[in-house]
Write a protein that binds this ligand. Structure first.
Ligand code: GCU
Length: 336
């Protein structure tokens, strides 16, 4: 059987008008899907993607696999979204905050308080009844399709100087992901938000451009932010979400059985990630503490109350409200 390589996994070709990328074609083509990630090779998202690739390869006799580019090698997430839209790369792990900049409906899933926990979040973000329309809503305008999500777990604030109450955040420059909701979130907590791409945070903390940042334990550890911001305040202000975003053109170019396999194995991938996440969070806490980080408690009720008005401020359309209500109704303990 004739085999043709339809995707070239060479990063050097990017930006120089490479066109033969993406899956596409008949079931006999060799399909190498390029995936952009802004995390290190030790991060659970990298591990889950790499297991995903192994399973695809095994099930297709080596015909289909992923080529994963970690550490923002293909650019920060905002740039990666553009590469996906242009079908220059195939897949990318993109934070909800970036998606929010493309469509206000994604903002609903980034709202502090919308998810109680990872256990609430993961079934919701893979429930077509709730998110089906949202995930295909950018196909016409941006040529991207959302396949599902990886949790970011709970996000917390960490700083160079100790923060034990919201009053301590006064005038403190906290890095946020680039979105209006993130800016408002840190303002509501009393701090001064500074939007910045993920990969720039370590240096900015080190040089004092930032006084702190907010993220989960895993990124705090794997990005080594604990070295330059050693106080980790358990604020639990948001259960964050990363999306698996695909180039729609790539998906539509796949043979139906290849697309089915990609989608079926994605289910195993996010389930794998959930397991990996818990272990990685524990390891991150231990690792950061061994590296000198100190965990600081804060009144989480005060945090929750400070963030509560954001929903009314930001959820302004009936679609946003309905989505929010559906997600809240699916919270453990809220179901009929
Ligand atoms: C987490 C998340 C990333 C995101 C990052 C950030 O690490 O998994 O997708 O880019 O937070 O704060 O920018």
């Amino acid at each position: 059987m004739k085999r043709r390589i339809v995707a070239l996994g060479t990063v050097v070709a990017l930006g120089f008008g490479l066109s033969a990328c993406g899956g596409g074609g008949a079931g006999s083509d060799v399909i190498i899907l390029r995936v952009a990630l802004n995390q290190t090779e030790t991060h659970p998202s990298y591990v889950a993607l790499s297991n995903y690739s192994d399973r695809l390869e095994e099930q297709t006799d080596g015909r289909m696999r992923l080529d994963i580019f970690p550490n923002e090698t293909l650019g920060a997430q905002a740039e990666v979204l553009q590469l996906l839209s242009d079908n220059i790369i195939d897949l990318g792990i993109i934070s909800g905050s970036q998606m929010e900049n493309l469509s206000g409906d994604f903002l609903v899933l980034n709202m502090p308080g919308v998810f109680d926990s990872v256990e609430h979040q993961m079934p919701v973000v893979h429930d077509p009844e709730i998110v089906g329309e949202l995930y295909t809503s950018l196909e016409d305008s941006n040529d991207i399709t959302v396949m599902g999500g990886f949790t970011q777990g709970s996000r917390h604030i960490y700083t160079k100087n100790k923060v034990t109450s919201l009053a301590d955040l006064d005038g403190v420059k906290i890095r946020v992901q680039e979105s209006e909701l993130n800016l408002a979130m840190i303002r509501a907590l009393g701090g001064s938000p500074t939007p910045m791409a993920f990969g720039e945070v370590y240096t900015a903390l080190q040089s004092g451009v930032l006084d702190g940042a907010e993220n989960n334990e895993v990124s705090y550890f794997t990005q080594k932010h604990f070295e330059v911001a050693p106080f980790f305040t358990n604020s639990n202000h948001l259960v964050g979400l990363d999306y698996m975003v695909a180039s729609t053109e790539m998906l539509e170019g796949l043979a139906p059985e290849d697309r089915q396999l990609l989608e079926d194995e994605w289910i195993n991938t996010y389930e794998d990630h959930i397991q990996l996440w818990d272990e990685a969070t524990q390891e991150a806490i231990e690792g950061a503490q061994a590296g000198g980080a100190e965990w600081v408690e804060i009144d989480q009720e005060e945090v929750r109350a400070a963030l509560e008005p954001l929903a009314d401020e930001f959820l302004t359309t009936p679609t946003q409200r309905q989505l929010y209500d559906k997600i809240r109704a699916a919270a453990p303990g809220q179901e009929d």
